[in-house]
Write a protein that binds this ligand. Structure first.
Ligand code: GTP
Ligand code: MG
Ligand code: ZN
Length: 221
């Protein structure tokens, strides 16, 4: 499988990505040493990243010890939503930055008490493009699409689909009201990434969340 970052490896961008990768490797080593499994959640603005994490944290309470980093250009709104369900949340303000970088993750982690934490969710900035190219030291990337974005988004955002370890399709509760061609969406995903699991979920009704939680619990190679 080609590295999606190759497409943007012009010289200056290449150096930025190399510097990022060096920090990401340090973050990855630290997380691994602590036994923390890290998920980089990538999806469009409004696809339901925070809603999914709210539902996930609510369900995981008492079962796992999660921490959350959440990136946004401005406002603490997502961090405040997530802090209702988890006592280890850091909001990262990216300013004009349209993605998270490994240095921001390293700095945010240094301000968190990671004792006992076994799971780290990183809600990336709402953007289907450049977050894919920046390694954050995560174990897995989860690509979150939703029915309201339209069924063509996997085909139009191949880098995320190619790089994803799991594709979540959120807002399935809205299917009766929308003309979303789910079979077509899944066929587009399959062309780009033949083996990636695709799970339909509703962060609002909870439908399908068991499959997502089982996937989180399952050992990854
Ligand atoms: N019906 C329905 N609405 C949902 C679902 N998930 C999220 N929403 C709604 O979609 C809107 C956006 O959800 P957020 O969780 O804020 O989306 P996000 O991806 O975190 O957005 P950004 O952080 O701004 O990129 C909110 O109004 C949610 O209530 C779902 O499964 N079903
Ligand atoms: Mg959000
Ligand atoms: Zn960006």
């Amino acid at each position: 499988m080609t590295d999606p970052r190759d497409a943007v490896r012009i010289p200056l961008v290449g150096r930025v990505l190399e510097a990022n990768d060096t920090i990401a490797a340090v973050v990855r080593d630290e997380l691994q040493a602590r036994g923390i499994f890290a998920v980089d959640l990538i999806g469009a603005p409004g696809s339901g990243k925070t809603a999914l994490l709210e539902a996930t944290l609510r369900t995981l309470a008492g079962r796992r010890r999660p921490a959350v980093l959440v990136g946004d250009l401005t406002t603490r709104r997502d961090g405040d939503r997530l802090a209702r369900w988890c006592d280890r949340v850091v909001q990262i303000s990216t300013g004009e930055g349209c993605h998270l970088e490994a240095g921001q993750v390293r700095d945010a982690l240094s301000g968190l008490d990671l004792d006992g934490v076994d799971l780290l969710f990183i809600e990336n900035v709402g953007n289907l493009i450049c977050p894919v190219g920046f390694d954050l030291g995560q174990n897995v990337k989860v690509g979150l699409f939703s029915l309201t974005e339209g069924d063509d988004k996997a085909a139009k955002h191949p880098y995320l689909v190619t790089a994803a370890d799991l594709i979540l399709l959120n807002k399935i509760d809205l299917a009766p009201y929308l003309t979303f061609d789910r079979a077509g969406f899944e066929a587009d995903v399959r062309l780009l990434n033949p083996t990636v699991p695709i799970l339909g979920v509703s962060s609002t009704t909870g439908e399908g969340l068991d499959g997502w939680l089982d996937w989180l619990d399952a050992p990854k190679v």
